[in-house]
Design a protein. Structure first.
Length: 724
């Protein structure tokens, strides 16, 4: 056990305390993952069967990291369960959900599919969609996080029309069961219901998991808390790791009291504080400690490091958000040119997605590669969800949302009238839509023209279904793409079609890679892994600078961090900080942002910011004021750098360099026009984006500032541009 020598005194105490309830209050960067993995390795080396150990994390990335660390620490970890809460519950439900009236091939609806169902219910009830759809979605999730069904939630529903909300909720539950589908919240709630109604099932897992480990305990909601208590009540060996100062998910149901009340829930528990930080410099920690000390709902700890003070914080005040973005990106360009850092080492963190635009524009003008996280994800793209819907229907034919999504994709003449007839017929008989299609369509009594059109889709489905029976996951995706006709659907030479073909090819490649890594897994397993993927899984994979919300990077770290937009009503947000408790959570969000930084931390704000179609004047963030007061802030001198990196300064060209691309476009009849030169300053017109000006030309790619939609990156080879 040589790895024991790598632990400090407090970490070692946590590893060796194997019996009873243990709470490790782990400050940011204090090595909590190391403690978790070493404790599991220690249990295995002490003779505990991995089969009797459970570890719950909050992201797939954390799960993978823990698995990889355990492989290096010990042998014989096969049988150990390491997963997220949702994956853990999905695995249990795949084995036992038939007791609740579902079949084991149930679909898992993401937020988009759940939202489409709610919208359809609201529309069918002839209610105002703008008034009720988003509100009903929030209330349904809130009710499930509290463990309440429609009949009980009506008493605590904080809406002026609770009867309407709960009526929508009740109909939603009926439709979900008819479709043999669960949403994210159901995975947890249905597991609790299963355990409560069938104690013999609960006993199976209580007896099996003698040692239970919960990461990020401060982020657990009420249902997750109940689940942990139910599982741990048999053996009593629960090891919870968390940091109340990093509890930033109250808006989605996380309850900070779960960690603050741990001593009350487990009176004989051992509490261990990890305060030595292995991530950040002394100056960063001094500022973070000063900030979070203003909160009152906390255990109280002070992070420290043995690595020295490091570079001073840089705090910049600008007049406008444009000046702020210019300053940030110039600083980044300087860091990259120094040779000490690469793009992947740097993150720009915002409180809200809406703030990223100006930074994206400036990064583009400097040709600095970046990705935006916390917003639109790969698996949320329309063409990707269309292909996945075909696969979902192969696994669960009762999946109504999947069927409605692709019944006319690609277009096959099944319009709204035909779909409406199918839905009405099935709903009147409490049938899944596929039951009508696949069992006696010709005898249904529907109009002959409707039957003829629906039969086209039915025959296609059976063709794909029959082919898929002998295929692996990757080949199933290839079959869906080919047989359904996605190749023809996106066969055009325009840029949009080209990008969609690339995305679908990437999806097939993902499926093939999954099959190679998991040779015994099924299509259902892959679809579940996709549905339960998280934002953070994509970050740091390539050499891109990260532009992200703070929530999207929790659990990650970067050598250099810029926290921007530090104004009142922006950060802290005026939307999420209406009470003192909410303001404390906003301060924790700021604390998390600051403690992502390893070597350099930059904080900035602007006196004015363009939002909601107007220029706003916001006071400097109270958080920035608190940090300045605590540090006796003086503006530091410009940084100096040493060293080189593989990311060379040549990759940041002069943004004014006037490269030229010779393009040749065709008219609507396909006749090629005379070649034209596209350079910086060229005025162009796009059929979708309107008129704009080329601001960067880099090979066959161009960055265009459009008057109506802002900055877009286009391929000059495919983009349907017209020179003005």
């Amino acid at each position: 056990m040589d790895w024991m020598n790598c632990l400090n005194e407090q970490q070692l105490q946590g590893v060796k305390q194997t019996q009873g309830a243990v709470l490790v209050v782990a400050g940011a960067g204090s090595g909590k993952t190391r403690v978790l993995t070493c404790r599991i390795a220690h249990l295995i080396e002490q003779g505990v069967s991995p089969y009797r150990i459970l570890a719950i994390t909050f992201t797939n990335k954390a799960t993978k990291e823990m698995q990889e660390r355990l492989e290096t620490l010990c042998n014989g970890a096969r049988g150990l369960w390491i997963s997220t809460f949702h994956s853990f519950c999905a695995r249990i439900l795949r084995s036992h959900i038939d007791r609740l009236g579902y079949t084991k091939d149930f679909s898992i609806y993401d937020d988009v599919e759940s939202g489409r169902l709610v919208k359809r219910i609201v529309k069918n009830k002839q209610l105002d969609e703008k008034l009720y759809v988003d509100k009903a979605i929030w209330h349904i999730s809130n009710a499930k996080n509290k463990g309440l069904g429609p009949e009980k939630y009506i008493d605590s529903c904080a809406d002026k029309n609770p009867d309407i909300i709960c009526d929508i909720y009740e109909k939603y539950e009926e439709e979900m069961q008819r479709a043999n589908a669960l949403d994210y919240d159901d995975l947890l709630l249905k597991t609790i219901i299963l355990f409560a109604q069938f104690p013999e099932v609960l006993r199976i897992y209580q007896e099996r998991f003698e040692y239970i480990h919960i990461d990020e305990y401060q982020d657990t909601n009420h249902i997750q808390y109940l689940l942990v208590r139910m599982l741990a009540s048999y053996h009593g060996n629960i090891f919870a790791v968390g940091d109340e100062d990093q509890s930033i998910y109250g808006w989605r149901g996380a309850d900070i009291n779960n960690i603050l009340s741990f001593r009350k829930d487990f009176p004989d528990c051992t509490v261990i504080k990890l305060e030595q930080n292995y991530r950040s410099t002394g100056n960063i920690l001094e500022a973070a400690n000063a900030l979070i000390a203003k909160n009152t709902t906390r255990f109280g700890k002070k992070l420290w490091t043995a690595e020295g003070k490091g570079a001073p914080l840089v705090i910049e005040d600008k007049s406008t958000d444009g000046e702020e973005a210019d300053w940030v990106v110039r600083e980044i360009a300087s860091l990259l040119r120094s040779g000490e850092y690469q793009p992947r080492d740097i993150a720009i963190l915002v409180r809200l997605n809406a703030l990223t635009g100006k930074f994206e524009e400036r990064l583009t003008s400097y040709n600095i590669p970046y990705k935006v996280f916390g917003g639109f994800k790969f698996f949320e793209r329309k063409e990707i969800k269309d292909v996945l819907a075909y696969c979902r229907l192969l696994v669960n034919p009762r999946d109504n949302e999947a069927l409605l999504r692709i019944i006319n994709v690609p277009k096959r003449g099944i319009g709204d009238v035909v779909v409406s007839q199918l839905v009405s017929y099935a709903s009147a008989r409490s049938m899944a839509y596929s039951e009508v299609l696949f069992s006696g369509l010709e005898q249904s009594g529907l109009p002959a023209t409707t039957i003829k059109k629906l039969a086209v889709f039915r025959d296609l489905y059976f063709d794909i279904f029959n082919r898929a029976q002998t295929l692996g996951v990757g080949d199933i995706f290839k079959t869906v793409v080919n047989q359904a006709g996605f190749g023809l659907m996106y066969a055009g030479e325009d840029e949009e079609s080209y990008n969609k073909r690339l995305n679908i090819d990437q999806l097939v490649q993902f499926a093939e890679e999954y099959e190679r890594d998991n040779p015994t897994s099924t299509l259902s397993d892959y679809l579940q892994s996709v549905t339960l993927s998280s934002d953070a899984d994509e970050i740091l994979e390539d050499n891109f600078l990260s532009v992200a919300t703070v929530h999207a990077v929790k659990g990650l770290e970067f050598p250099v961090v810029f926290v921007v937009g530090l104004e009142e009503n922006v950060f802290p947000s005026g939307v999420f900080s209406k009470s003192e408790l909410e303001m404390e959570e906003e301060r924790r969000v700021m604390y998390v942002a600051m403690t992502r930084a390893q070597k350099r931390l930059y904080l900035s704000h602007s006196a004015t910011r363009f939002r909601f179609g107007r220029v706003e004047s916001n006071a400097e963030s109270r958080f920035l004021c608190e940090i300045k007061d605590a540090l006796g802030y003086e503006k530091p001198r410009p940084a100096t750098f040493k060293g080189r990196s593989s990311w060379t300064p040549q990759n940041i060209p002069d943004p004014n360099k006037n490269q030229v691309y010779t393009a040749q476009y065709s008219n609507q009849s396909g006749v090629k026009k005379a070649p034209v030169e596209v350079r910086v300053g060229t005025k162009v017109r796009h059929p979708k984006f309107g008129e704009g000006t080329v601001i960067i030309v880099n090979g066959e790619n161009a960055t265009v500032a459009f008057e109506a939609v802002g900055v877009k990156q286009l391929s000059l080879r495919f983009a349907p541009l017209e020179i003005v």
